[in-house]
Design a protein around this ligand. Sequence first.
Ligand SMILES: NC(=O)c1ccc[n+]([C@@H]2O[C@H](COP(=O)([O-])OP(=O)(O)OC[C@H]3O[C@@H](n4cnc5c(N)ncnc54)[C@H](O)[C@@H]3O)[C@@H](O)[C@H]2O)c1
Length: 275
Amino acid sequence: MRLQGRRAVVTGGASGIGRATALRLVDEGAEVWIGDIDTAAGEAIAATSNGRIHFRHTDVTDADSIKALIETADAAGGLDILFNNAGAGGARERIDEIAAADWDRTQALLLRSVALGIRHAAPLMTARGGGAIVNTSSVSALGTGYAPIAYSTAKAGVLHLTKLAAAELARHNIRVNAVVPGFITTNIFTRHLDVPEDRRQLANQVIAGAAARAQPVKRAGRPEDIAAAVAYLASDDAAFVTGTHILIDGGLTIGTRASWDENEPSLFSALEAFQ
Ligand SMILES: NC(=O)c1ccc[n+]([C@@H]2O[C@H](COP(=O)([O-])OP(=O)(O)OC[C@H]3O[C@@H](n4cnc5c(N)ncnc54)[C@H](O)[C@@H]3O)[C@@H](O)[C@H]2O)c1
């Protein structure tokens, strides 16, 4: 019960990583306000939470909407924790074909939303002596080949924003950190590829199978893997941790595949023929 009596806002809390995190924060004693565009799913979670989770329709591309969500949670007794997590795959086009409006839309969803969340939470946290902010980045911030370019650029921005905000807000006792998920089985992939709702479960099984073979740890990442890291960063166990990130990727970014997959040909295995 590390978060007993704390109030938290979780954006994108109606599904996947946000949903698992809302449930984890409640398990650790917090009261949670979910902000999401998916009203049906958000209300369903709130309805089964014994009053510990509240839902407010929120579009994180709209500054007033984010502000209203944060102020609602704060009005209940003071905001302690903000998890800036809402997101989607964004524009799929490559750099030599993307339209300016699609680039802007993706940055607004994945990067500006995080900046605005911090913007509106920080004064309220300052007024009550401090708080903890956690932002969702992605392994796509660290390298190529994981996600489209607009998404990956935004997620890299989230990492740097996390450091800069941590530096600016440390004097107010506000910590700012990020989580960097690898492949986590959620609906983000099927939504991004417009898989019809009735085929999403099957598609998610295929994705989970592929994810389990893509990294050293031989199982797909789960939303709960990320929720555990967020709960830690939000808690006093992380009181001396700010301006950094936790990579939760099953080893996906360790290095070349040949370093962990014995079936993958490497430079050395190619030279074995000459021994
Ligand atoms: N699943 C992964 O493998 C993975 C990896 C790295 C990073 N992430 C990031 O994790 C975060 C959560 O994604 P997820 O995998 O849980 O996906 P998800 O689709 O299960 O959940 C995303 C949630 O965000 C909500 N959302 C989308 N646009 C919104 C908006 N404009 N305003 C408010 N809510 C909005 C959706 O309705 C949904 O409930 C995202 O930022 C995503 O980029 C996911």
